[in-house]
Structure formats: C-alpha cells, structure tokens
Write a protein that binds this ligand. Sequence first.
Ligand SMILES: [Zn+2]
Ligand SMILES: [Zn+2]
Length: 147
Amino acid sequence: MESEVRTIVDAASARILTPREGECLVCYVFRQLGEFGCDGTPRFALTFRDRTAPRATALMERLGSMGACCCDCEVFNNAYTFASRPWITGAAFGADIGTGFESPEPVDLREEFGINEPPAKVFYLCCQFVRRGSTQPCPNWVRMGRW
Ligand SMILES: [Zn+2]
Ligand SMILES: [Zn+2]
C-alpha cells in the first residue's frame, strides 16, 4: 500500500516537474516555486536546463550575473519581474497550461491586467512560450531595472 502511494506521488511530481512543451525558464521556475517552494538552491533552474536545454551551460552564469546565482527565488527577487501585460486568464484552460493564483476577493482582471474577462477569484499566469532549447523568458517577464 505504502509503496503504491509512493508511486502515485512520484508519478505526480514527475509530471509537475517536467517543463511543459514550450514553457519558458522563468514561468517554469515560477510554477515550481508556487508548487514546492524554494529549498535554498537553484534546483528548478537546473532541472529546466537539464530537461530542455542541456547544452546551455552558461545559463547559471547568466542568472548569477543577474543576481540569481544561488537559489530559485532570487530569479524573482533580483532578475525578472512581471511584464506590464503578462498572459493572465481566468478561463479553466489556464489550469492546464498556467500557474494558478487564488484571491480571497474577485480580482478585476480588466483593470489589473487589461484583459477582457469578468472578475475572478482564481486566475492563471500562462506562459507565452519560447522555442525549444531556449533559456530566455517569454514576454510575461522583463528584466529588473537595476541590472
Ligand atoms: Zn530561495
Ligand atoms: Zn513563460
């Protein structure tokens, strides 16, 4: 019984841990941090690189030069922030391709994100996709000003 549960958990986390087709580095790390939190290492950036861009050996160096050398949350503290118009949707398909947010009060998606959808308590940040093997962020993200 126990090992059966273990197998299910392993299968679920393997699915979550696998970058989605076309998903960019930054959306991937963002999604994983939401799911598992940071453990003080750049484990998700490394997983992304190993699974999608194993030849991008300079990736960690590049992140380091942006102030994100040592753990995944530094990517969002020092390197990248939301673009003014990230791809946000309140529609259900977002659950499959995006990272979910839950708000206690309905969020005015039109006002906050400029999208033509009714206010929602649950909405999703969806990756705008990059070509395979790329370690660049999609247009959801911009570099922080000071770097
Ligand atoms: Zn961290
Ligand atoms: Zn993305």
